[in-house]
Design a protein around this ligand. Sequence first.
Ligand code: FE2
Length: 358
Amino acid sequence: MQPSIQPVHGRPVAPPLIGGEIPLIDVSDFLAGVSGAAEKAAAELRYAFEKVGFYYLAGHGVPRKLIDDTYEAAARFHAQPMEAKLALKVDEHNIGYMPIAEKAPPNAAAQGKKPSQNEAYFLRRERDARDPDVISGRRFHAPNKWPADLPGFRDTALEYIATLEKLCQKLVKLYALALDLPETYFDACFAKPHMILRMSRYPQIDGADESVESLVPHTDSGFMTLLPPNKVQGLSILLPDGRWMDAPGLEDAFVVNGGDILHRWSNERFLSTPHRVRNVSGQLRYAIPFFCDPDHDTMIECLPSCQSAETPAKYPPIKFGDYALWFAAQRYGHMSKVQAPSETEIAPGERATSRWQA
Ligand SMILES: [Fe+2]
């Protein structure tokens, strides 16, 4: 019999802190169904999101070999000739290969930065030509663009995506509990989550030039980002006190953060924390972040547990798909000419980044 899971009202519980700052949350007992484990992990998750916006996820159950194979797949993809990669050039659904930009997109230019120095290849949920959303041309619901000559690449990438999808569908129960909601609160909108696997390759940069970053400081747009352990470091996190902290690499833990939609949905209770990448390691760096968001029909409307007479909702409701399109049009040069909802429609208000720059 499944143990009953109780709400976790009360103060957040401090988990162990890596580097004295970033919580480490072990979910192995929760995933094994141990009584009381969900409540404990949820209380720690609440601490992580109210204080930092990032945490290390241990006990996740994702096989090391699958992670290694996916890094290897990313390296194989980017080792192809440029001609082969450009044959899969990123499209209006943000699927495919994106070379290093020639012109800084708005978020980089606004910070006086040159374009982020990384190439990226984007995969989303696998769809075929018979998928109704493909037939109707629904934005961000198009087929993936697979490389022609990389045996085993597709199978590895799809296994990684499927494994992380299942993990995220379990983790959202902890997010619900951490937000004083029933544990099943997010289940429906993550029944078929919107997912992005980004395979990035970072050349090394000149660390002395402040205008050049591997990935310029930014907050993520969505609900949940998972970064598997990386042999080559480079990620830094902007702590709430304004210090940049290099995130230590842990051998078996994912680095997980929330994004702007979690921040907005929770009425700014859960943080969306700025971060950046600087690859000064002297070698190529690869990253395989997985972004897991609610399906695009989900209405992002202030969660009932995050508003009160004293703390009314700060943002109007929006559909997640509209928000995702608005964000992509702002962030990516190749999306800038796509018709997207206006700033006024999305009414983003004051975003996490601007709050911490004040
Ligand atoms: Fe990010």
